[in-house]
Write a protein that binds this ligand. Structure first.
Ligand code: SAH
Length: 350
């Protein structure tokens, strides 16, 4: 049923959605009515089309190390998980994998790992330079918290983008989930990275234990405030070897609502249809692409390491050959009437 307030908020979503205030965002996130949600998703899809076009940007993900010095309560590769076999790809192996992905047509390589100090800034820089010398591609780093000086060195080496999610914009929840870490530092890192000229990605998980609609509204508002170039949104998925193993995971409907409102509020931020969303629902990524998302991150990690990068269980495509994974995503995008972007897919923010 469409109440007066729902009608007002829907109207604002389509006329000047970037100005939605916190109460209005909470109102939208509370909707359950299918007809209302259909309208919401349609508005988000229209804004995506106007702001970003029909291109879907593919970012080839290489998970090069599962060593991690952190102990985030939700994450399967936390240092406290003694059952996990750890691996590190060699720098040469990383470069070769990246160059092959570029030859296969990928325009962006995302290098992701746990917080692994073995990969000091000079090693990462060597890898970035070597990839750039051999292939014309954009490089995103997603390797966690480093010092200002290290971020600078890696930027100079040629890294274009940095992805570091804030996970939640509620400082108390952040501190409960991240022992030994500091919310303010996380936010400062995002600000530094922007200032240094990186294109910056942030984002949050949906359905974290104790998370409220108000928290989710703050997650979305923070992305707007930081003027993020990219925002990654995925469900929390419980992992058996973590302290949060007994908590329920995030729910698809809430992820889709968060994606849709994020599109409406941030207008032209890149928003991926995340692998986590495809993990909790076989059609999850397609659904996200229909309510605001415009990016997919196919997993190009060599098959022998894939299963070991188990941040959460059941990760989509974790047992497929890299080439097959990319092929099936391309088919999926085309079958939705969308195009694979031919360009680098740099930030759409000015
Ligand atoms: N060390 C890097 C990469 C972390 S893993 C960094 O700090 O940025 C990449 C993302 O996986 C995280 O940002 C988090 O949002 C997500 N993730 C980790 N564990 C998860 C879980 N159990 N369920 C859903 N997403 C998870």
């Amino acid at each position: 049923m469409q109440t007066e307030i729902a009608a007002h908020v829907l109207n604002k979503c389509s006329s000047n959605g970037s100005l939605l205030n916190k109460e209005e965002i909470i109102e939208v996130l509370s909707w359950q009515d299918e007809a209302l949600l259909e309208r919401l998703f349609q508005i988000a899809d229209d804004i995506r089309k106007n702001q970003c076009g029909d291109d879907v940007h593919l970012r080839a993900l290489i998970e090069f190390s599962n060593h991690c010095s952190r102990n985030c309560l939700y994450c399967g590769i936390r240092r406290g998980n003694k059952k996990l076999e750890r691996y590190r790809m060699t720098p040469d192996e990383i470069v070769d994998t990246a160059v092959k992905a570029c030859s296969a047509g990928f325009k962006t390589i995302v290098l992701q790992s746990g917080e692994d100090t073995w990969f000091a800034a000079d090693k990462v820089s060597w890898i970035v330079k070597a990839i750039k010398d051999r292939a014309g591609c954009a490089i995103t780093l997603c390797i966690g918290e480093r010092t200002l000086a290290e971020y600078e060195v890696m930027k100079k080496a040629g890294a274009d983008r940095y992805l570091i999610k804030y996970e939640t914009a509620n400082p108390d929840l952040y501190h409960a989930l991240h022992p030994e870490m500091d919310y303010e530092n996380r936010i400062n890192i995002l600000l530094w990275l922007k200032e240094m000229g990186y294109q910056v990605g942030g984002g949050n998980m949906v359905g974290l234990p104790g998370q409220t609609l108000e928290d989710l509204a703050d997650d979305i508002i923070l992305a707007r405030k930081l003027n993020l170039d990219m925002m990654g949104i995925g469900p929390f998925i419980p992992h058996s070897e973590t302290p949060l193993h007994d908590f329920p995971g995030g729910d698809l409907k809430m992820v889709l609502k968060t994606v849709a409102v994020s599109r409406i509020v941030t207008l032209n931020s890149h928003i991926p249809a995340t692998t986590a969303t495809g993990t909790i629902d076989a059609e999850g990524r397609q659904k996200a692409l229909r309510c605001g998302a415009n990016v997919i991150m196919p997993n190009l990690t060599p098959a022998k390491y894939r299963k070991l990068y188990e941040i959460y269980p059941g990760k989509k495509c974790s047992d497929e050959e890299p080439g097959r994974c990319a092929g099936c995503i391309k088919t999926m995008v085309k079958s939705m009437g969308r195009n694979i972007a031919p360009d680098y897919g740099h930030s759409l923010k000015n």
